[in-house]
Write a protein that binds this ligand. Structure first.
Ligand SMILES: Cc1ncc(COP(=O)(O)O)c(C=O)c1O
Length: 373
């Protein structure tokens, strides 16, 4: 009976897979999720304790103070800001509000799986735009623009998860403008951009005032290393946000989330800045050490590596299992599909932690070379 009752879109859905599943393992060091390696700001516990004194009232459904804090930090209007329980909530909300069954949605692949999942739940027809492995998975924006006719929306993740590739500012502007001309919505994920020194240069946040079709997401999760507290945010034109707000879950952010995130946005920007300068230098140091162990690996645009495993002769799944034996969790990329089952993803942390990673990598490479994988 249930089988008949369920919506056809949901019947065949499998939940998206993610990294960061540390709770399944004892004594493991997690390099599979891309969060600020400096950890959360030291005062986080204090902010939580402060907020926890006021749990007897419902939270502010409009999250007004938090929106003001975000708007102030980015120099946009509070009515250009929406907040969500993680950017994951906004990824879900966007197609709930804009996508109808049968709508065509253009999806570069491989990319973060939640976009396609959310669109499929709404009955979208996903049009895969394959990122070419032989061009380092770079997004050719002209080709993407060529596919926009008749689409409802196009998605871009910058930098892209899992490939660690960034798209330049002019290319993004071309895409957004061409999409606008053709009546196509542009969904841009900048959640991984804030920890890059190119964040200011590449961010499109200031374009939301002049491009009605543009929606951008960012998150506290990565920048403040707090995936356990669910706070993300988005930017869009007033027109676009009016409808997203209309469809949003009531009380989507609790009091703790709102208060803590406001304090972080107002008082802890230095914490993010410290991570940015450390990560950029550390990425380059890691790169030469990783290449010495794994063979040719592209220098990532972002602060996480997407490394081919062909020279080690291992699959993504085998590599993850071997690294786990040495106490380190990396991302098995096979769920991203296609060539990704021959790649692995791991993040850059602090020099000390990265030396631990490299020691584990060296042991894992020995295992694989001696057939112990
Ligand atoms: C590219 C990208 N976007 C969005 C998210 C969702 O993050 P959150 O819901 O924690 O903001 C993730 C999480 O891994 C991600 O990798």
């Amino acid at each position: 009976m249930i089988e008949q009752a369920v919506r056809p879109e949901v019947r065949s859905m499998a939940r998206p897979r993610h990294g960061g599943d540390v709770w399944q393992h004892d004594n493991i060091k997690d390099y599979s999720s891309n969060v600020n390696p400096l950890g959360a700001p030291p005062r986080l516990a204090e902010y939580i304790a402060e907020a926890a004194r006021d749990l007897h009232n419902y939270p502010d459904d409009s999250s007004a103070r938090l929106k003001d804090a975000i708007a102030g930090r980015y120099g946009v209007g509070a009515d250009n800001v929406i907040v969500g329980a993680g950017s994951a909530e906004l990824i879900r909300l966007f197609p709930e509000v804009f996508v109808s069954p049968g709508d065509r949605v253009i999806m570069p692949r491989p990319t973060f799986s939640e976009y396609g999942f959310a669109c499929q739940l709404m009955g979208a027809r996903l049009i895969d735009h394959l990122l070419p492995e032989d061009r380092g998975f770079a997004l050719d924006v002209a080709e993407l623009i060529g596919r926009l006719d008749g689409a409802k929306a196009v998605y871009v993740c910058n930098p892209n998860n899992p490939t660690s590739r960034m798209v330049g500012r002019n290319d993004l502007l071309d895409l957004i403008e061409e999409a606008e001309r053709k009546g196509v919505l542009a969904f841009l994920d900048e959640t991984l951009l804030e920890l890059s020194p190119r964040s200011e240069e590449l961010s499109m946040v200031h374009e939301v005032g002049s491009h009605e079709n543009l929606f951008i997401i960012r998150s506290f999760t990565k920048s403040f290393a707090m995936p356990g507290i669910r706070v993300g945010y988005g930017f869009g034109s007033k027109e676009l946000l009016r409808y997203l707000e209309a469809g949003r879950l009531t009380w989507n952010l609790g009091t703790i989330e709102q208060r803590v995130a406001s304090r972080l946005m107002e008082d802890e920007q230095d914490h993010v800045a410290r991570a940015v300068s450390m990560l950029d230098e550390e990425k380059r140091r890691m790169h030469s050490r990783v290449e010495a162990l794994m063979g040719r690996v592209p220098l990532p645009d972002s602060y996480f590596f997407f490394a081919p495993l062909d020279e080690l002769g291992a699959s993504s799944e085998q590599f993850r299992a071997t690294m786990l034996r040495h106490g380190v969790l990396v991302r098995d990329c096979s769920s991203f599909g296609g060539a990704c089952s021959q790649y692995t993803r791991f993040c850059v942390k602090t020099p000390g932690k990265d030396d631990e990673f490299l020691a584990a990598l060296s042991l894992a490479v020995d295992d694989m070379q001696e057939g112990r994988s």
